[in-house]
Design a protein around this ligand. Sequence first.
Ligand code: ADP
Ligand code: MG
Length: 258
Amino acid sequence: MNDRIARWAIESIYGPHVKVGRIEVEKRINSTRLRVAPTDDNLAALFVKRTQPGYQQGHLEPGVKHLPSIASENQNRFRASLSDPIRAPKSLLSDDVRGLLVTEYIDGRNLKSVMAKSVRPKTFDPAHFMKLAGKALASWHAMSSTLAPTIAGASLPSSDSRVASFLDFSVWNILISREEQCVYIIDFPGSKILARRHRDLATFLHSLLVIKLHPMVMVNPRPWWSWKEAYSTFLASYLEQEGLELTSADYLLLHFVT
Ligand SMILES: Nc1ncnc2c1ncn2[C@@H]1O[C@H](COP(=O)(O)OP(=O)(O)O)[C@@H](O)[C@H]1O
Ligand SMILES: [Mg+2]
């Protein structure tokens, strides 16, 4: 099965004469991920994600299905609106019937895995990455409001208006490039859901708490970052980029949805 998918991906992107080289497979509950390299070293490796067709992410409302074609469209639209150091891998191909999404492969580390380490990696500055994460989410929301200006609701205060939710804007969906120069946002929403911006803001807080509440992190005698500081840096960067100020009602709402 994986061999067939790898061949399909390589031939669709590079043409029928290019052969599949090494395939690395990672199987998870929600998805199977493949890193597929062509035999020709001059050609870039591909990342293939396979989800069950009609797959529904556990944390979403009933009936919300994930479609690779929508994730792909979201990813490339966002990608076009970005500038360094925030990036998104280029989406190359999707197949809703088989639940497949092919993107360029990024050689990077997941932000969660770095922040879960017991000792701070030498050059790693958590505040820097929290600022970039806040800016990235603000850019996503800004882009979604240009797509749906009529739905956003002119009469609502701007902090209240609806945005296209990213659905899982979390530390595990941010990759850091090897040289720590760029961040890549991944795992784009495969469905279009309008929600208050607080939903994504709360999801990110939840993802920081997930790291902090891991037993190995909890027993670390020398924690090197705090969720309060990390989250306020993230939030300040988000608000600055969006030109918004949150009220105490917003904070309550954030607390409530987390
Ligand atoms: N374009 C990519 N290049 C390299 N690795 C990736 C890429 N996209 C995702 N990954 C890796 O695969 C993992 C899962 O991908 P993701 O799209 O978040 O799927 P899931 O829906 O299973 O969370 C990521 O945490 C990351 O480690
Ligand atoms: Mg993910």
